[in-house]
Design a protein around this ligand. Structure first.
Ligand code: SAM
Length: 389
């Protein structure tokens, strides 16, 4: 496919997504219907679609509207690609530009700070400005670009150097990242990771560097009892198991189906994680981890559709659920034990505000809080470590 044909494909996909089709499903259906497209074409089309979802507001402002054509025109403008070389109508290229589109191109582009702000949901903008303070502009700009892929090296299976060599054997280049001592940032070959030997042997796992940084700061007694109360696919539990091989880790989730990957992942990693049925946790733990359901605003580079789906009502539901989960888990923390509350959100209402409200209810003291944003390289992430009195 020519670069222009890839853009034409992205235009039709973006229109299907705007009409309500989830992005992943639209891409899968497009791949099935266009079997001639090679892996490079698929990757390029996917990147156009995800870039446009991430930068929907700014591309629409630059391209004169949020239709597929408007967004791709906006992308051309943002990336200084001459639209006349793309919108030619030749072969499989998009149709030539109409008079209205040419007028949009001739008009002055909005100021850079205005463009960056348009890529947040409008109703959240003031909240984000207040929460991010002096970091607002830098974080907003970082959230417009594709997120890097990070791996966590499982130090029970090998060193960083061994992981780098094994990845290189499979054509994957990576480098250590200063935020966490287990972290590798993938430089090329990211799409090959899940089929690589290093991954299949459990030497590396996919995990954002911010989560790794938070978890490596946890200290535990020998043979500590640990509960991962919102375990999902087990990313946090597995990281903890690798750092504390003597710990007895129980994973729990309100939705047991979300934990189905834990057993195969733990088998690959050589870790032992016990699964608890939903609502069937008993006993006391030295550490309870609450990786709470949240807006995911810190990960919107990866999941840009979620950013446009979030509503004030859903955010209010989430904060109520976060309070509920904190209350439910507090009784599982042994006296003197730790409670680690985490979200992948940039919003203070899901982070500091929840922790402050919980502390006010008594029985716990704050040990530390950490706020990470893409400025440090990884996803937006929040963690507060509390101690039961
Ligand atoms: C942020 S995700 C967890 C991600 C996971 N810890 C990881 O590292 O891969 C939040 C999880 O909380 C679970 N959850 C939602 N409500 C819950 C509740 N009331 N009790 C326990 N888990 C809940 C969701 O099913 C979801 O899997």
């Amino acid at each position: 496919m020519t670069p222009a044909a890839r853009i034409a494909a992205a235009i039709s996909l973006l229109d299907a997504i705007a009409a309500g089709e989830p992005a992943e499903r639209a891409l899968t259906n497009w791949g099935r219907a266009n079997r001639f497209a090679g892996s490079g074409d698929r990757a390029a089309v996917r990147d156009h679609v995800y870039d446009a979802l991430r930068c929907r507001g700014s591309y629409a402002a630059l391209g004169g509207g949020a239709s597929g054509r408007g967004l791709m025109l906006g992308m051309c403008r943002a990336e200084a690609i001459d639209p006349a070389t793309v919108f030619t109508g030749e072969g499989h290229a998009p149709a030539p530009l109409g008079a209205e589109e040419l007028a949009v191109l001739a008009s002055a582009a909005p100021a850079a700070e205005d463009l960056v702000a348009r890529d947040w949901p409008e109703w959240l903008l003031e909240q984000l400005r207040a929460d991010l303070g002096a970091d607002f502009a830098e974080v907003s700009a970082a959230m417009q670009v594709r997120a890097p892929v990070f791996l966590r090296v499982n130090l029970t299976k090998g060193t960083l150097a061994q992981a780098l060599a094994a990845l290189a054997d499979d054509g994957i280049a990576a480098e250590p990242h200063p935020l966490a001592r287990t972290a590798l940032r993938v430089l090329s070959g990211a799409r090959r990771v899940s089929a690589s030997q290093a991954y299949m042997r459990g030497l590396v796992e996919l995990q954002d560097v911010a989560s790794q940084a938070v978890l490596e700061g946890i200290s535990l007694p020998q043979r500590a009892r640990v509960l991962d109360y919102c375990a999902g696919g087990g990313g946090k539990a597995l990281a903890l198991a690798a750092a504390h091989p003597g710990a007895a880790i129980t994973a729990h989730d309100v939705d047991a189906a979300r934990m189905r990957d834990i057993a195969p992942r733990a088998a690959r990693a050589g870790a032992r994680i016990t699964l608890a049925d939903p609502g069937k946790v008993s006993g006391l733990f030295d550490l309870v981890m609450v990786d709470a359901p949240c807006s995911g605003s810190g990960t919107w580079r990866r999941t840009p559709e979620a950013k446009w789906r979030l509503t004030p009502a859903r955010l209010a539901e989430l904060t109520a659920l976060q309070d509920e989960i904190l209350t439910a888990t507090a009784r599982h923390v042994a006296p003197g034990g730790q409670l680690l509350y985490m979200t992948c959100s940039l919003l203070a209402v899901e982070n500091d505000a929840r922790v402050d409200a919980f502390l006010e209810r008594g029985g716990f003291a704050l040990l530390s809080r950490r706020r990470l944003s893409p400025r440090e390289g990884g996803d937006g992430f929040f963690a507060a470590l509390l101690r039961r009195l």
